[in-house]
Ligand binder design. Structure first.
Ligand code: GLC
Length: 561
């Protein structure tokens, strides 16, 4: 990314006209691929682009509309690829740019749109810009692309302020200057290897326009924008006294830290919106902005900003009927107020998989993860039962839904990963106090009886797969009426067939603990935490668990009455 010259040769085709606009993203089901763990064609134990291409037909068969790929760019992999050293190339671990083109072509052939991750808050410390900043003097143009400051106290030995990294430990690291003396400090909200960029510097803005166009020119249908609430920090970088350190991603209650949700970020998204709108085919921007309440998050999806924002308030809501109803209403109202669709999401590569999370019996702040020594570990049977019910409720809701790879198999969080196999920087930076996110990132099982359950031809996997995952393998679930995979594909087929994503939602009178919704022409009954609810007469078209006369707790059914 050293070149900052912007080519004008982009987007020659006319943008989509109003008459041909489908607004596909308002109702889309988007499947998140975590490339390291999806499918490994090379056999090195790390998933790759060729592996994805070879397995895309199974996603088309599942019935999703689009895929979103977590980063596959050149990277030292200190944060599983969210530490990017070159934003416009593919890391050899994942293949080549030709492999990317082949994957995109195959996806498009199958009718799947392709969304890629973009990581604008920081680069890797291996990025050419950071290398140049290191080698340059304080106050130089090279340093101004990042957030360098002198330290406080005698000799500048103290960090410039008290900010803590999301992964634990201070958010500042001191450089040793080229002449060997202790030097300035640089800001990294995440790992030390992820220096934050200075978005007040025009060169950064211009460079990211180039990065966007690079991928748009290759045919991507949009971007998932990493840490879209970061980028701009409060003027003067003031100290912050957190009420608790529980909510490491900043989505919780309490004051907003000076590194999140600053007004200045919105001008960046307006600029990016103009870049994507210049291309034909309704390319989209989706914000990862862990902010709450939803009225604040909705600012990311005002008409001239992004198209979607991940609904983390929904993801963070516990399995309680009243809370779920409240967050659903709030989501539809707040996103609706700015003309955006609501989105729905239960799992991703940063949170405990929902087939486990829903059954945790102890507080587990986002990002902390679970492992063998965690309190309140989930009962796997209850977890899967709830996880399936939660999915069925989610897929009936109007708007766009995200699915994280493996949830369609009912995968639980992998809890018993040996300490020495853990790779998340959270685990290392907190010296094992937080397990971090490895448990939701374990390579997928495709075939029950193959090496690495079909993930890799050699049997290698970068994180160990639990033995019992053979029973979750895709081939063990295909064509099995009661399997989680069948439930997902049935729900997706019915969601599309009944036009649920574009329908109105109305609530039905139901007893406490039970949610009753009318969405389009179907009735959804979700017994979350209520007493057994008599099954009304009518046809059950899909159910999260077998139902006969009544719907027990932790069960959701869709009916035509
Ligand atoms: C986002 C990503 C997460 C990553 C972080 C830093 O939250 O989802 O995986 O560690 O940003 O880039």
């Amino acid at each position: 990314m050293s070149a900052t010259v912007v080519s004008d040769a982009h987007a020659t085709a006319a943008p989509t006209s109003d008459a041909t606009r489908s607004e596909w993203w308002r109702t889309a089901v988007i499947y998140q691929i975590y490339p390291r763990s999806f499918a490994d064609a090379s056999g090195d134990g790390i998933g790759d682009l060729a592996g994805i291409t070879a397995r895309l037909d199974s996603l088309a068969a599942l019935g999703v509309d689009a895929i979103w790929l977590s980063p596959f760019y050149t990277s030292p992999q200190k944060d599983a690829g969210y530490d990017v050293a070159d934003f416009t190339d593919v890391d050899p671990l994942f293949g080549t740019i030709e492999d990317f083109d082949a994957m995109t072509a195959r996806a498009h052939e199958l009718g799947l749109r392709v969304i890629v991750d973009i990581v604008p808050n920081h680069t890797s410390d291996a990025h050419a810009w950071f290398q140049a900043a290191r080698a340059s003097a304080p106050g130089s143009l090279e340093r101004d692309r990042y957030v360098f400051r002198d330290g406080r106290g005698a000799g500048g030995d103290e960090p410039p302020n008290n900010w803590q990294s999301i992964f634990g430990g201070p958010a500042w690291t001191r450089l040793t200057e080229p002449d060997g003396t202790p030097g300035q400090w640089y800001l990294h909200l995440f790992d030390t290897s992820q220096p934050d960029l200075n978005w007040a510097n025009d060169e950064v803005l211009v460079e990211f326009d180039r990065v966007l166009r690079f991928w748009l020119d290759r045919g991507v249908d949009g971007f998932r924008v990493d840490v879209a609430h970061g980028l701009i920090k409060a003027e003067g970088l003031p100290d912050f006294i957190a009420e608790d350190d529980g909510d490491s991603m900043g989505g919780g209650a309490g004051p907003i830290p000076p590194w999140w949700a600053q007004d200045g970020v919105h001008a960046i998204w307006r600029r990016w919106r103009r870049v994507v709108d210049a291309y034909p085919g309704e390319r989209i921007l989706a914000a990862e902005a862990w902010v709450s309440p939803l009225s604040l998050m909705a600012r990311w999806v005002r008409p001239d900003e992004m198209h979607q924002a991940f609904n983390f308030s929904y993801l963070s809501t516990d399995w309680h009927a009243a809370d779920l109803r409240a967050v659903i209403d709030e989501s539809i109202a707040e996103f609706g107020a700015v003309g955006a669709p609501s989105t729905w999401v239960l799992s991703n590569h940063d949170v405990v998989r929902h087939a486990s999370r829903m059954a945790l019996s102890a507080e587990n702040p986002q990002g902390h993860g679970i492992g063998p020594r965690s309190a309140g570990l989930p009962d796997p049977v209850v977890g899967l039962q709830r996880g399936r019910a939660a999915t069925l409720l989610m897929l009936a809701l109007p708007g766009s839904a995200y699915i994280y790879q493996g949830e369609e198999l009912g995968l639980p969080e992998a809890i018993h990963i040996p300490d020495e196999a853990r790779q998340d920087p959270t685990w290392h930076r907190t010296e094992g106090e937080r397990y971090g996110r490895d448990g939701c990132r374990v390579p997928l099982p495709w075939e029950a009886d193959a090496p690495a359950h079909g993930f890799s031809p050699t049997g290698h996997t970068w994180l160990p797969q639990p033995e019992e995952w053979a029973r979750f393998a895709r081939d063990a679930q295909e064509g099995v009426a009661t399997s989680t995979l069948t439930m997902y594909s049935e729900a997706l087929r019915l969601r599309r067939g009944h036009g649920l994503a574009a329908a109105e939602l109305t609530w039905l009178e139901t007893p406490e603990g039970v949610l009753g919704l009318r969405v389009g022409d179907i009735t959804v009954l979700a017994n979350v935490d209520g007493a057994d609810f008599p099954l009304p007469s009518g046809e059950v078209i899909v159910a999260s668990a077998p139902v006969t006369d009544s719907i027990p707790a932790d069960t959701c059914v869709w009916m035509v009455l």
